[in-house]
Design a protein around this ligand. Sequence first.
Ligand code: 0O2
Length: 217
Amino acid sequence: MEENETDLMQAANIIKIEGKLDKKANDFEKIMLIYKSAMKVLKTKFDILNEEFDNFCEYNPIDHITERIKSPDSIIEKMTKRELELTYKNLVEQINDIAGMRIICSFKDDIFKIVDIIENFQDIEIIERKDYITNPKQSGYSSYHMVVKVPVTFTDKTIYVKVELQIRTVAMDFWASLEHKLKYKKNISKKASKDLISAAKTIAKLDDKMMQIKLNI
Ligand code: 0O2
């Protein structure tokens, strides 16, 4: 990092980061604004890629992109569940998915093309990755996760901000959204869990089949 580059934690003249977290306070809004800015930076990079694929390449591996900032209530819920003291310091240091972006690809091998592209972004640092494509979660969930640090340039400094990326196929996204709806804040039966795992396996087979068809064409 260069001298005028700083971590969000050290951006003390922008926010009083040592304080107790208060979702109605100005500082909370300022932090969220920094995460939103990081998302804009990353989204612009992907928009440019998308246009490049559409106009200069034969094929575009990106189907669509979605983004979201975690709501204050869901941030507090996550920190409470993890038994973290509700401070800005913990929020910035411990919660990696305040800014989240999903890149939805058409085919399974597109996911790894996107991962390669992200690895080649010179100004983006990858700080964590989880490959639930090669090793799906017990729930059946499949997706490639990365936490990246994105440079956000303000008048006098560049702040590095974490954004969580989830890269998955349309089919994986379909399963994850429905499973999230069915399971979220609910205790579902063992039978329902098993059925969801079985549905995830069907989706995985379908993804492999569609990829094979594409490779054969
Ligand atoms: P939400 O409401 O989607 O934001 P971490 O987020 O790193 O603290 P964890 O579990 O170590 O927690 O990370 P992991 O496994 O990378 O999962 C993070 C996110 O992946 C989740 O965020 C979900 O979006 C998604 N995810 C993980 N497992 C499942 C699953 O079994 N089903 C579905 N539908 N999504 C999953 P949140 O914050 O849990 O939820």
